[in-house]
Design a protein around this ligand. Structure first.
Ligand SMILES: C[S@@+](CC[C@H](N)C(=O)[O-])C[C@H]1O[C@@H](n2cnc3c(N)ncnc32)[C@H](O)[C@@H]1O
Length: 323
């Protein structure tokens, strides 16, 4: 095992044994749902940098895989929606984290009459070699783990998620990204990497690795400020701004003309007719915004028409649209 993976295990063994409030977490509010009570220790062990739980991704009877369990908060949130025995599979490579998660889920069962711990199956395993058979999973999720991996390992982790998902299954990721150039001094720092501070890639590069793994549709669902690595506190001569993103990578077939990447862009037709049809499957009703992927937005823009208005990326895409 590489040194940085061992350092990561050591960091999360410690974080399992004594909760470290503030590690990773960001401004994303914790889900408040009727009848969902979160044990305090589970909240203290919220080591995610966003949310991977979006109810609209889930259907009755779905099987969820969650890699890198932490204190179990998102496992409990997924179980809130799935509510069946072993409907959520949680995998972690740190035995102490699995123990802590198991104990928190036990406490959760005492505080939530709808929840029984057998809804969640915890397995020891590694994101780089998932103990799950091919095409078994409807929805896979990871929160604040993949950013830790070096590029080759990240590619392997994405390939593993792709392998275990059913066709059209969804991988939901929440991770830091960094569009500033990360100084080598920080990039190579194993401890900072393990703490989700210095492994972050530029968004475009990260998305590129997802599409390289085969995911044909990508949705950028949220983008928020994360940590600032400032020369006053870190070994860097310039300020590095990191952000956290929530992304859905969907195992749709890869379109011949490349992936559909939704970043929150819209097209609005404001011409003289009732609608505009681009002849490629996109119909813009008069003055009604249509969410479009970046590929379609660029193609419509290249028509050079002044009766089609195209918005910029908001990075808050929440469904609907052209493809
Ligand atoms: C930053 S924490 C995130 C925990 C959880 N996802 C959350 O949002 O609170 C990273 C998690 O990944 C686990 N982990 C670290 N390396 C792993 C690996 N190679 N495979 C699986 N899990 C790993 C850690 O034990 C820890 O539970």
């Amino acid at each position: 095992m590489s040194d940085y993976l061992q350092t990561t295990r050591d960091v999360y063994k410690e974080a399992a044994e004594s909760p470290q409030i503030g590690l990773c977490c960001t401004t994303t509010p914790v889900w408040r749902l009727p009848g969902l009570n979160m044990p305090q220790r589970m909240l203290d062990m919220n080591y995610g940098c966003g949310s991977t739980v979006h109810p609209r991704d889930l259907d009755a009877g779905n099987r969820v895989l969650y890699v890198g369990v932490g204190g179990g908060m998102e496992l409990l949130q997924f179980a809130y929606f799935t509510r069946a025995t072993h409907s959520v599979v949680g995998i972690d490579s740190v035995p102490e984290m699995l123990d802590a998660c198991r104990a928190n889920l036990q406490t959760a069962a005492e505080q939530n009459d709808w929840f029984t711990p057998d809804m969640v199956e915890l397995r020891a395993g590694d994101a780089l070699s998932l103990p799950v058979e091919d095409e078994q999973i409807d929805l896979a999720a990871q929160n604040c783990l993949f950013n830790i991996f070096r590029e080759d390992d990240l590619k392997q982790a994405l390939r593993e998620m792709y392998r275990v998902l059913k066709p059209h299954g969804r991988l939901i990721l929440s991770d830091p990204i960094c569009d500033d150039e990360m100084p080598e001094s920080l990039h190579q720092d194993e401890k900072l990497r393990a703490l989700c501070l210095s492994g972050a890639l530029p968004l475009e590069q990260y998305v590129g690795l997802m599409t390289e793994a085969g995911f044909g549709t990508i949705e950028i669902r949220a983008r928020r400020p994360y940590r600032i690595l400032d020369p006053r506190s870190y070994n860097t001569d310039r300020r590095i701004v990191t952000e956290s993103v929530e992304i859905a990578a969907i195992k749709d077939p890869m379109p011949e003309d490349g992936p559909c990447i939704f970043t929150g862009r819209h097209a609005v037709y404001i011409g003289a007719d009732e609608l505009f049809d681009d002849g490629k499957g996109h119909t813009l009703l008069h003055n009604q915004p249509l969410a479009v992927c970046d590929k379609t937005a660029d193609a419509l823009k290249s028509l050079g028409r002044n009766d089609i208005y195209i918005t910029e990326s908001t990075y808050f895409y929440d469904g609907g649209g052209c493809c």
